[in-house]
Design a protein around this ligand. Structure first.
Ligand code: AMP
Ligand code: MG
Length: 359
């Protein structure tokens, strides 16, 4: 009996010891294991990964608030929501101005800025053309030349009147249609970043369908490594890695949304001038910037302008860098990335920085 009691005592002690050891290691590892959550907003997959030590409850709470925030942005700015502020502006085209929230006004105002900067290669009134092609939806189709010519007549950012005093927006011609698809996700990434900072989160990756904000850095390092997608391979195959901290990395490319017709690829960045998907030497452009809204605006803008004009434009903007990938597997980086970009795929050639290279 006594012998048995001793045996059970030893087993009990052993169990207590293992339990303590397990709890000790789970506590040690709590901060090392990132917490991640995925949702669907703004027509894309959103992923938030936080690397700080947070309780499950704190993490769930933060994500719930972020998703609520994203839903509010979508409710204001989506063209696919009947009573969004953008839909109201579109319905009132040629009729009257519409008063909107300061958030929507800010994004439209920023969008108009990039229209001006690109002389209309980027145009937030691209809506009728986006609608005609339907790229990214089940009704994607190759429209007739006549339909395309008729539709591009409704695109003109100069006819977007912004009244800052009243936060009101007026499209001066009927059949005009705003589309913030090229800039709203960047804005949303900034909002999420600001919220995380407010909650004292120091290290996180925000991924809004390829619009990335890298907050803080990886454990024991002073930066994050962000993969730059190979434009001709499935998601997750990288051309190279950019090393950044507290920056957004936003990419526009021919692989993001497209459909194939008679062996030809029709992608989602459309030229307001021709009415067809932009055709130039580029397969993708990634912009590294402080604000994701600028990264988003500039990635679509520089993609539309092409390598030479896009690079020239970036020369005039401070604090912004870029990685251009061409269809013939050349990679051009701006001088600011000289020490912060590593090529990882030998099918691609890293050219000298854009400034040094004869373009
Ligand atoms: P992004 O992926 O940021 O380059 O944005 C592409 C999205 O912006 C498309 O799906 C359209 O909704 C919209 N878009 C397409 N072409 C243009 C353009 N030339 N200017 C502004 N927005 C555009
Ligand atoms: Mg964009």
């Amino acid at each position: 009996m006594l012998k048995n009691g001793k045996k059970y005592g030893v087993i009990l002690l052993f169990i207590i010891f293992i339990t303590c050891l397990y709890s000790f290691f789970s506590l040690q590892n709590a901060g090392d294991t990132p917490k991640s959550k995925t949702g669907l907003f703004l027509g894309t997959v959103i992923n938030i990964t936080i690397y700080d030590e947070l309780s499950e409850h704190e993490f769930e709470n933060i994500c719930a608030n972020i998703f609520k925030c994203l839903e509010e942005i979508e409710d204001k700015m989506s063209v696919n929501i009947e009573d969004s502020e953008i839909s109201k502006i579109n319905k009132n085209a040629g009729i009257q101005s519409v008063t909107v929230s300061p958030e929507t006004f800010y994004v439209v105002n920023k969008g108009k800025y990039y229209c001006e900067l690109s002389d209309g290669a980027f145009d937030i009134t691209i809506g009728p053309l986006v609608n005609l092609w339907g790229i990214g939806s089940e009704r994607a189709n190759l429209p007739s030349k006549e339909n395309i010519s008729a539709t591009i007549k409704h695109i003109d950012y100069n006819k977007v009147l912004l009244d800052e005093g009243n936060n009101s927006i007026y499209l001066m011609q009927d059949n005009m249609r705003l589309d913030l698809g090229a800039i709203a996700k960047g804005y949303a990434a900034d909002v999420v970043r600001d919220y995380l900072i407010e909650k004292n989160v120091e290290n996180a990756i925000i991924n809004l369908g390829g619009n990335i904000y890298a907050l803080g850095s990886r454990a024991n390092e002073d930066h994050w490594n962000i993969g730059i997608q190979n434009p001709v391979e499935p998601r997750g195959a990288y051309v190279g890695i950019v090393h950044v901290s507290n920056k957004s990395v936003v990419t526009s490319g021919i692989y993001e949304r497209y459909f194939m017709h008679e062996d030809k690829r029709y992608h989602h960045i459309l030229s307001p001038f021709t009415g067809y998907p932009v055709e130039n030497e580029l397969a993708s452009v990634s912009i590294v910037a402080d604000q994701a809204i600028d990264g988003d605006g500039l990635s679509t803008t520089t993609f539309s302008l092409g390598l030479k004009n896009g690079a020239n434009l970036l020369e005039t903007i401070e604090g912004v860098d870029a990685i251009f990938i061409t269809k013939n597997n050349e990679v051009y980086i701006t001088s600011g990335l000289k020490n912060n970009f590593t090529l990882k795929n030998s099918d691609f050639t890293l050219k000298k920085t854009i400034i040094d290279e004869e373009l």
